[in-house]
Design a binder for this molecule. Structure first.
Ligand code: UGB
Length: 458
């Protein structure tokens, strides 16, 4: 082999080795780069999976995680990004159920969409309407503001009477529109709301989301519906706020709310005015005064006082700043339901169509109360008698939590327009409540004990 050739060969070999060395380095780099990309992609997928898992599967044992999950879903719902409607089977069978439930069983019966149908007033009103042969479709988001199992139990009651509750949120426009595509509702009884005066300090946004945004969303759907329904909805005695004139009449001032809850209900009344004015929607607001009774709300004083008395737990009884008794015009559920039905029956048709006003429409506001305020101390004495147990009373100054010292309804307007006349006094109403309570929760009222506690000075 010629030397030059050998030299050439060795050069070529060296060059080859060098090139292969470079290729190796290069391929390692490529490998490193692609494995980095792969690693990042895997990390991203894992993160997404963890997030999805956290959103969809909160551990049942962890109530705080469940609450966070609920709030997360609600915030998605209210922004419209996530819609519960897609999760509902909007197939032929679902539509058939919606139609059947909404169809009246008597001539000229109403076809009513009841929002908050799994709630306290909503479930009672739905049953009353169904009983007289009206078509009733329920709508409820079954939120966990209080024990949702109570809402499910009310739903069971309604299902036994063939009232179907669609599970959805007021802020879910597509779902509400879908319902109006399927059924030409004559009326909406709008009772879904974030209730509770004191909770507004803990979760203010929930009041804005349900009582303002949700209400506007419902009105948007109603105004565009053809025919437009007439709407009766739940305002509140709390709109009277710091009003000092008594008894409260619809002409009194309502521009001094004492809680955010009251402010959102007052806002609802103004929003109702706007939709009536622009779109010809027939709107009736009912100012309910501290409604109580069987299947009631566990967040209300008469309800948790009963529970606490039975468990031997002390209860706080509020007194005003000048050490007077706090009193409420407690109103029994059956009276309130009669008021709701009276308002529905006297509601005139909306005048608009296709989102356009065709003439002036009815706009009303009524007090629905009992017309006889009772001090909270007296409420507790009645409960003690019914439960056969002395309460451990703790008298404290009313905290600054949105409460007002006193409510008293003048109901002459509701009487004049639809014969509203409350007939159940607090003792009779609480008797019915306690009877329901002990049977629902399976508790035995104890034998009356003659114990005296230092704090029992009321
Ligand atoms: O009419 C309304 O528009 C509102 O009625 C209801 O609010 P309220 O009248 O405040 O009822 P509720 O909480 O049962 O307190 C009753 C009484 O017990 C006193 N109270 C309360 C708690 C306590 O620990 N101690 C106490 O003395 C308290 O000071 C009060 O005097 C609804 O919850 C509300 O959603 C709304 O519908």
């Amino acid at each position: 082999m010629p030397l030059s050739a050998t030299a050439d060969t060795s050069k070529t070999v060296k060059l080859e080795r060098y090139n292969s060395y470079l290729r190796k380095i290069h391929s390692t780099k490529v490998l490193n780069a692609s494995s980095k990309v792969l690693f990042r992609a895997t990390l991203l997928v894992a993160l997404v999976l963890v997030l999805l898992f956290a959103i969809n599967y909160p551990p049942l044992s962890d109530s705080r995680a469940a609450a966070a999950h609920h709030l997360h879903r609600r915030s998605f719902l209210s922004t419209g990004i996530f819609s519960s409607s897609s999760s509902l089977g909007e197939g032929a069978a679902w539509e058939k159920r919606v139609r059947q439930s909404s169809t009246a069983k008597r001539p000229h019966g109403l076809s009513v969409l009841v929002t908050g149908a799994a709630g306290f007033v909503g479930s009672h009103a739905s049953l009353a309407l169904r009983k007289r042969g009206d078509g009733v479709l329920g709508f409820d988001n079954f939120n966990d503001y209080y024990d949702p199992s109570l809402k499910r139990a009310r739903q069971d009651l309604l299902e036994k009477q063939q009232v179907f509750i669609v599970e959805g949120d007021l802020n879910d426009g597509p779902l509400l529109r879908k319902l109006f595509d399927v059924v030409p509702f004559t009326h909406i009884l709008h009772l879904a709301a974030q209730a509770g005066v004191r909770y507004a300090m803990k979760n203010p946004q929930s009041y804005v989301s349900s009582n303002i945004a949700g209400f506007v969303n419902l009105l948007e759907v109603a105004k565009a519906a053809n025919p437009q329904p007439a709407i009766v909805w739940a305002s509140s005695s709390s709109v009277y706020g710091l009003n000092t004139e008594n008894p409260f009449s619809e002409e009194h001032r309502t521009d001094q709310p004492a809680s955010l809850y009251a402010a959102t209900k007052k806002a609802g009344e103004e929003i109702a005015h706007t939709y009536n004015h622009i779109y010809g929607l027939s709107l009736t607001g009912l100012r309910f005064f501290t409604v109580y009774g069987p299947w009631g709300r566990p967040d209300m004083a008469y309800f948790f006082f009963t529970k606490d008395i039975l468990h031997g737990k002390s209860i706080d009884i509020y007194r005003t700043a000048d050490n007077k008794e706090v009193a409420r015009d407690f109103t029994y559920i059956d009276d309130i339901v009669k008021g709701c039905v009276g308002a529905l029956d006297t509601a005139e048709k909306s005048t608009g169509s296709g989102g356009k006003k065709r003439g002036p429409a009815q706009l009303r506001v009524y007090n629905l109360g009992n017309t006889s305020p009772v001090p909270v101390g007296r409420l507790v004495s009645i409960l003690e008698g019914l439960l056969g147990t002395k309460a451990r009373k703790h008298l404290i100054k009313m905290p600054r939590n949105g409460d007002v010292p006193y409510t008293h309804a003048n109901v002459s307007l509701a009487y004049k327009d639809f014969g509203y006349k409350p007939t159940t006094d607090l003792a009779a109403g609480l008797r019915k409540f306690v009877k329901w309570y002990v049977s629902y929760y399976g508790v035995q009222p104890r034998v009356k004990k003659e114990t005296s506690h230092a704090e029992e000075s009321a």
